[in-house]
Design a protein around this ligand. Structure first.
Ligand SMILES: [Zn+2]
Length: 306
């Protein structure tokens, strides 16, 4: 009798916030909440604290299955995190530690962008796209691919690291150690590395956030509009590669910077026309998914039901 009542939970552990989504065993969302990710140099402490906070808001005993969205590289089958730089985790046996604190009946794991992709997919009402690529445009850039309603993945390692598609040989340095990655141009944390040079003289010693640059562009500042056009051109190079490889029926941008779509879509279009193979042009629809903060947790919850 308990089986029927058991609920599923998705937990998206972010560098700043942790988002939780609870759904019924039929996939209906029952509630969501989020809190600041507890900081500790001991990953186990972070996890025990996250479980304690969740249990305080929603009894873990009512949860049958839990899905975890992890911001890093992991082995999904064994719930082993190779590295999650924003959390300071390296070679962390997440599943093993979770089982120490609570006897979950089912645990599943994936990279956070793949969970976001499933969250976006699950949010479609009516006809769902046959294939879907999602790019999360935030501090860094993540990617996830859904095909036939499932996350395109490997059992032993998370894949589709779209943020590290190369868009410039010997280009700007990226946090991964390489150069010229999409993230090194289009991640919010990296924008100033190239955009700063386009600021007016009076601003050149300052560091503007992507949000401030958006505000300026929205207010009509030409230099800011040029920055977003260039942003679209960079992004379009990586999106073209994704289209040329997989021709997804739909490409969706989500995350904080997706809100600047109206400013960067001009540059994006120029880039796509230049780089997508002629036969593939117009086959991948592009859109933006708003309400981004819960999408990773929703996807992590949905993942437990697959
Ligand atoms: Zn990189």
């Amino acid at each position: 009798m308990e089986r029927k009542k058991m609920k599923a939970m998705g937990i998206d552990i972010g560098g700043t916030n942790t988002a939780v989504s609870i759904c019924s065993s039929a996939g209906k969302t029952l509630g969501r909440f989020d809190f600041s990710t507890p900081r500790s140099k001991y990953p186990e402490k972070t996890i025990s604290e996250i479980l304690r906070i969740i249990d305080g808001k929603y009894p873990l005993d009512e949860i049958g299955a839990a899905g975890f969205a992890v911001p890093g590289m992991l082995d999904p089958e064994n719930g082993f995190v190779f590295s999650a730089p924003n959390l300071g985790w390296k070679n962390f046996p997440l599943k093993k530690v979770l089982m120490k604190y609570h006897r979950f009946k089912k645990l599943v794991f994936e990279n956070d962008a793949s969970c976001a992709a499933l969250g976006v997919y699950s949010a479609y009402r009516g006809k769902k796209p046959e294939s879907l690529a999602v790019l999360t445009l935030g501090t860094g850039i993540g990617g996830g691919f859904i095909s036939g309603g499932r996350i395109f993945s490997r059992r032993d390692i998370s894949i589709f690291e779209a943020g590290h598609i190369k868009i410039s040989p010997e280009g700007l340095p990226c946090g991964c150690g390489a150069r010229g990655c999409l993230e090194a141009y289009c991640g919010a944390a990296y924008m100033n590395n190239w955009a700063g040079a386009m600021f007016p003289k009076a601003l050149q010693s300052s560091v503007l956030s992507s949000g401030e640059i958006y505000e300026k562009a929205n207010g009509g500042a030409l230099w800011a509009k040029k920055i977003w056009k260039q942003y679209g051109i960079y992004l379009g190079m990586a999106v073209s590669d994704i289209v040329n490889l997989l021709v997804p029926a739909q490409i969706v941008f989500t995350g904080g910077l997706a809100g600047a779509y109206s400013e960067f879509k001009g540059g994006l279009r120029i880039s796509l026309e230049k780089h997508i193979l002629p036969s593939y042009r117009g086959r991948s629809l592009i859109s933006v998914h708003a309400g981004a903060c819960s999408v990773g947790a929703d996807g992590a919850a949905a993942m437990t039901l697959l």
